[in-house]
Design a protein. Structure first.
Length: 89
């Protein structure tokens, strides 16, 4: 019963994430360089883990809102979903 609830919740979150990504992809804005926000974000250098071990990811995306408005909104929506775990017996 608990496994079914976890699977159902996980499935619902996955569907929500996929739908959010689909909507964002279809409505993505194109920059003056002809690239979407997602393309520009993916071209950026990766953050060095050693320097950002204590990174608050929600705060990070709130700070990126001016650069990647759609991605920041999506990230905050998805990351705001509480993660729950259940001990299996």
């Amino acid at each position: 019963m608990i496994d079914d609830k976890l699977e159902s919740t996980s499935s619902a979150v996955s569907k929500l994430l996929f739908e959010t990504l689909r909507i964002a992809y279809e409505s993505q804005t194109i920059t003056s360089a002809g690239k979407s926000q997602l393309d520009l974000y993916l071209e950026e250098p990766k953050l060095e883990f050693a320097y950002y071990q204590d990174l608050d990811i929600l705060e990070h995306w709130k700070n990126q809102k001016h650069r990647y408005q759609t991605l920041a909104l999506m990230s905050c929506d998805v990351l705001a979903i509480p993660i729950t775990t259940v001990a299996l017996e």
